[in-house]
Design a protein around this ligand. Structure first.
Ligand code: SF4
Length: 404
């Protein structure tokens, strides 16, 4: 049985008006027309998905964004977007997207300290525009969440971030953290500068989660092992998906094409074998080799209350097995089917997108002489920016997706 709340991702563009040193999805030679995006919306509808996240690059840079949002809404999908907020700071665009059916926007803010945000974004003035985007979302009835990539430069003040954001935007009810994915794009080649140690953010994340919980806000945290968020294990994205048996499709606008993820376990250390949360924990995100399994430490807390918090979450009415007695046989069946994968302590291809490629999905985007020329121009300009900012430019993409 699959949960009914599966969400798919469509990268509508891959260029961006910011230049983050840890961008994991930088410019690619592919581009989308309305028709190629519509085919991917149809694909998600055909899979019985609940919603779509329009993402990038920076999705607001695609001129057909409102049209594809409307198309997805009319097809019955819950329409969401992840944005840096720069263009959403313009009220006219926020209103147009709201009219087109955009229901939820994740505005990404890494730090409420302007100098840190500017250093991470590679552009001045982004923070105030992100604040304006959050205000515009509220004004036009779009639910606003805040997304944050945990990295070395913000690891010590995640709690300060949420306190400022809640005070300034009381309408924001939900926060999402993604620990840095150090395996792709510029994140891969700038690991030493941006990848945090788990211990770097443990305290500030814990303070942030406690503050939000007390303030009646909800949150999710991805790519953080449960031993670093034990008190709020139910908020782990991987844990929730493991418990509910959910999947995720990402239509990458590059050579990776469509990736369907059904296995939420990453890498486990030897100590995980005795950990009470092992079977519902995503472990350590290991692609890119930047995190250290020696940072993991088993915990000994009961698992069932965590499971109950997930399956009995009233804000998530789509999951049908509401009691442990109903849930357990389904979970045991899935665990047995996963077999060796679920039992692994180390696996060479864990999290390898090419191993998760869905060969039956429609083609994602197009490469044309025009898009290749644009790509070459963008890359040359970005090489100059990278040099000015003293960061490394991502590896040139190859036909098999390596380096993207
Ligand atoms: S010790 Fe391993 S299984 Fe336990 S919480 Fe940490 S990463 Fe997860």
């Amino acid at each position: 049985m699959r949960g009914l709340a599966n969400i798919g991702y469509i990268q509508v563009v891959r260029h961006c008006n910011h230049f983050c040193g840890f961008c994991s999805n930088p410019t690619s030679p592919y581009h989308h027309t309305f028709e190629t995006m519509a085919a991917l919306v149809d694909d998600l509808v055909g899979r019985g998905y609940f919603g779509v996240v329009l993402t990038g690059g920076e999705p607001t840079l695609h001129p057909e964004l409102p049209r594809i949002a409307r198309y997805a809404r009319d097809a019955g999908l819950h329409v969401r977007m992840i944005t840096n907020g720069w263009r959403l700071a313009d009220a006219a665009l926020a209103e147009e997207l709201a009219d087109a059916g955009l229901e939820l926007v994740h505005v990404s803010i890494y730090s409420v300290r302007p100098e840190v945000e500017a250093e991470l974004r590679g552009v001045e003035g982004t923070l105030e525009r992100a604040h304006a985007a959050l205000a515009n979302a509220g004004r036009f009835g779009i639910t606003a969440n805040v997304n944050c990539v945990i990295n070395r430069l913000n690891a010590d003040h995640l709690d300060e971030n949420v306190k400022v954001l809640v005070a300034r935007h009381p309408h924001i009810r939900h926060f999402v953290w993604n620990n840095l994915d150090p395996s792709m794009g510029r994140a891969e080649v700038n690991q030493a500068r941006f990848t945090p140690r788990l211990a770097d953010f443990e305290l500030s994340l814990s303070r942030a989660l406690r503050f939000l919980h007390k303030a009646g806000r909800t949150f999710r945290v991805e790519r953080v092992p449960l031993c670093y968020m034990t008190d709020f294990a139910w908020a782990s994205t991987e844990t929730r998906k493991i418990i509910k048996g959910e999947e995720r499709v990402v239509h990458f606008l590059d050579a990776k094409q469509t990736v369907r993820q059904t296995d939420w376990g990453h890498l486990y250390a030897e100590g995980c074998d005795v950990c009470s949360l092992r079977r519902v924990c995503g472990g350590l995100f290991d692609r890119g080799g930047a995190y250290d399994p020696a940072e993991l430490a088993p915990v000994f807390v009961p698992m069932d209350p965590i499971v109950e918090q997930v399956i009995q979450d009233a804000s998530d009415p789509s999951y049908p097995l509401r009691t442990l007695a109903e849930w357990r046989p389904d979970f045991e069946r899935r665990w047995a089917e996963a077999g060796e994968a679920a039992e692994r302590t180390a696996r060479a291809d864990a999290d390898d997108p090419s191993a998760m490629r869905d060969p039956d999905a429609p083609p994602v985007g197009l490469v044309s002489p025009d898009s290749l020329r644009r790509f070459a121009r963008t890359r040359a300009a970005e090489a100059r920016r990278a040099e000015r900012q003293n960061i490394a430019l991502e590896r040139e993409p190859s036909a098999d997706g390596a380096g993207e």
